[in-house]
Design a protein around this ligand. Sequence first.
Ligand code: COI
Length: 377
Amino acid sequence: MSKRKRVPVSDDAEHPERREILMMQEPTSTQPAPVVPVASAPPPLGFGRVFADTMLLGRYKEGKGWQELSCVPRHELSLDPAAAVLHYGQALFEGLKAFYGADGKVRVFRLDAHLARMHGGTERLAMPGLDIAKMREGVLDLLSRTKGAIPRGKGEAMYLRPLVIADEGFLGVRPAKEYIFLVLLSPVGDYYEGGMRPLKIWVEREHVRAAPGGLGAVKTAANYAASLAAAHRAKEHGFDQVLWLDAVERRYLEEVGTMNLFLRIGDEVITPPLDGGTILGGITRQSSLTLLREWGVPVSERRISIEEVAAAGKAGTLKEVFGTGTAAVVAPVGELVWGKERIHVGAESTISDRLRAEITGVQYGTIEDKHGWVTLV
Ligand code: COI
């Protein structure tokens, strides 16, 4: 274990008062660290900067399987410098949220779907499958111990970051035989700085996020590493994120930033299909498709080219563009720039507003959960 001082929240220079609140808590060696009362911290909470002081931890060894999970004080990991994850990138993660409702109940959104997706990803990364029942129980135990740390402001939630990494110290290239599973907790607010506002998006033509036969459909660290340079360059030019095109023809829309993409052209709502294996099957995407179909909105999962989008922009039929994801929920896109062309996106938000209202209503318990999407803690 490292001798460095453990700080239970990222060094938050902007909000020293929040750090103070968090550091007032004294963890003991035998009990999980106490709950972090971030609810009283000043806004904005932002995304991924603040951490609760308890995490779930478990280990896997070939021949023994997944061992018992335990809630432990959040601490630094000690890794062999030869750990496979550091060299060959065997890392799989998830992102889901728990919400503090107006009725005082805590709801996790689509826990089973997230665990199933993570389990599905293990095969592609040659990792052992998850013990889903054990991990589900562990996540609920973790949340029941940390309920008080869930922020209660509008749009705030506890973000859960499950992670599986290969920690066997071995430099031969083959699937590792030892793994760590952990779940970090991070109280969060808005993903994008400035809250809910139309995003400026650069259509990326040089880099690709994922290719057919690659890793695009699984939530693995490599996909995010592949995306960073283009996203950074876009940011330097005043954009919020990039829109990814397919790797083969560089024409068909795939994802927007870290989100799935939806467009409304005329009355048709379109989202790129998952069958090419290059797009992550988002849980918010799936929930949105279910709702749209129930509402009788014409919706297609079909390939759509950037030329078709530009033509719709010119014709004035590109009514809405938005992204869906756990972190941002439903985020409107206000501007698409493709090379020298600025594609006109309509200012309507009928569909994205309705989806956001419905999904967040179920998450916070103000709308009935007709689909069994919520697990009470
Ligand atoms: C999500 O929105 O589902 C994410 O996981 C985004 C995250 C990579 C920040």
